[in-house]
Design a protein around this ligand. Structure first.
Ligand code: FRU
Length: 496
């Protein structure tokens, strides 16, 4: 029994058990995480606990649109197949009845610790109701989680000028017996900043510093910070809202970016070095990472953003995660590649060596909506090259490369889309040695350029019968092509 006199978590668990079956008209992607039913946004609490990888997520089980936020729960052994677990949190307390917002997790003393944002309303002096965002802890065993009696462990009594309305998405970690938490906050000028706290017992938290400030250079309010070490550097990831476009580097709206640098204790400072964008596609937001058993740093993001809602009305679920990606660092830039575990699911290799393409070509064996396709360009003296995929009749989605301009365009205008959402993104990439690895999984294309130097992730909901792949060369393009089907066998992970 909770605040509402109902058992909200119990109800959600019961609902998702039966609703998860109903996917006849909306088959799930084969190897990307989706919600059992209803709406999914940000990844939450992506963590290793008792040797298994857990992924929680922002979840509204009852509708394919955002609503009162629960935490849904999935588990994976290899980042490719996902097992549904019962919902972990429901908005059932006085400090979180407006939503259990995003957060992170860690393992400590055999327990699974979740840190999340509780949202509630408070009456202000003028009698108006105003949102409050506070940081909370829940402790569990991998299935059931109990909210701490000390909640909210960080309330919204912040310094003058720090927003009490926009204060969320804590990233928790532990170092030398001390817990740290980094939460996103809005400054008086509307820009984002990250507030650092520390604690010895997870109950009492002390403010350390405003570790990093955006000062309107990178959007306004920042969301969903992540913090970790990669090859000797400290990395901070944020998802800034209200970005302004800058060349081909930043696009307007909800963005994503990272800073490399060094975190200093006990000064509680972060010395910035380089920064960059993680994903240049249309559908990527709020990523977070974990350290795998073998030491790899693995990132997963919400494969959607707030500005593009395209889920077909007949779907019983909405929202997907990206394929988890391995991160490496080269010259201050983060490189990302699909987890190597994907290779265990490759079937039916089709390869073409040094093939010369002119005009429109379809190649024997190269088609499909669940594939891993690599194109290695061997020359750069052509005028243009288009790869059309998920093609059938008049519908297709395409990648278009113009070597003279050095611009790669993703375009889903003709994917059969009926909503007025953004359809195009461009990145700059050199023609020499161009290499594209394209991962398709029914409704998504994740394009890894030049071994992970840049990534573009986007969705399209073209009917699944549209499976053709067309090569259109303006001039003569020579390339090596390798394609695999990705086949995930065995028990369906959602009971569908
Ligand atoms: C980011 C975000 C978070 C918030 C959550 C609410 O996508 O806006 O800042 O915690 O979604 O669902």
């Amino acid at each position: 029994m909770d605040l509402t006199g109902k058992n909200l978590l119990g109800e959600a668990r019961e609902y998702e058990e039966t609703a998860a079956m109903k996917t006849e008209h909306c088959p799930r992607p084969s190897f990307h995480a989706t919600p059992p039913t209803g709406w999914m946004n940000d990844p939450n609490g992506f963590s290793l606990y008792r040797g298994e990888y857990h992924l929680f997520f922002q979840y509204h089980p009852y509708d394919i649109h955002w609503g009162p936020m629960h935490w849904g729960h999935l588990k994976t052994e290899d980042f490719i197949t996902w097992e549904m677990l019962p919902a972990a949190l429901a908005p059932d307390k006085s400090y979180d009845y407006k939503g259990c917002f995003s957060g992170t997790a860690l393992e400590s003393d055999g327990k699974h610790i979740l840190m999340y944002t509780g949202v509630y309303e408070e009456e202000t002096e003028g009698g108006k109701k105003e949102i409050r965002q506070v940081q909370c802890i829940a402790i569990g065993d991998g299935i059931n989680y109990e909210k701490s009696s000390a909640n909210p462990v960080i309330d919204s009594s912040l310094e003058e000028g720090f927003s009490r309305i926009d204060f969320r998405d804590p990233k928790i970690w532990e170092k030398d017996g001390v817990y740290y938490s980094l939460a996103a906050n809005r400054c008086e000028d509307g820009s984002g900043q990250l507030l650092l706290y520390k604690s010895e017992d997870l109950k009492r938290w002390e403010f350390c510093s405003a570790l990093l400030k955006g000062s309107t250079e990178f959007g306004r309010m920042w969301e969903c910070p992540d913090f970790f070490e990669l090859e000797g550097k400290d990395i901070i990831i944020v998802s800034p809202q209200d970005m302004k476009a800058k060349g081909l580097e930043f696009h307007s709206g909800n963005g994503n970016m990272y800073f490399t640098g060094s975190f200093k204790l006990p000064e509680y400072t972060f010395q910035r070095e380089s920064h960059g964008v993680l994903d240049y596609g249309l559908d990527f937001y709020a990523p977070q990472t974990l350290k795998a058993k073998d030491g790899r740093r693995i990132l997963i993001g919400w494969m959607q953003t707030w500005d593009n809602y395209m889920t077909p009305d007949c779907f019983t679920w909405s929202g997907m995660m990206t394929i988890p990606r391995e991160l490496t660092l080269r010259d201050g830039r983060i490189y990302q590649n699909p987890v190597r575990e994907l290779e265990n699911y490759r079937l039916k290799e089709v390869a073409y060596q040094n093939i010369r393409l002119q005009g429109m070509t379809q190649l024997e064996g190269i088609e499909g909506r669940e594939i891993d396709l690599t194109l290695e360009f061997l020359n750069s003296n052509y005028d243009g090259f288009r790869l059309q995929f998920a093609a059938g009749g008049e519908e297709y989605t395409e990648l278009y490369y113009e070597p003279a301009k050095g611009i790669l365009t993703f375009d889903r205008k003709y994917s059969g889309i009926r909503r007025d959402v953004i359809c195009e993104r461009q990145i700059s990439v050199k023609a020499d040695g161009l290499k594209l690895r394209i991962i398709l999984d029914k409704y998504s294309a994740e394009v890894f350029v030049n071994d992970g130097e840049k990534v573009m992730t986007s969705l399209f909901f073209t009917p699944l019968e549209a499976k053709d792949i067309r090569f259109l060369a303006d001039g003569c393009v020579s390339m090596n092509i390798v394609k695999y089907d990705i086949a995930v066998n065995g028990e369906s992970t959602y009971g569908a």
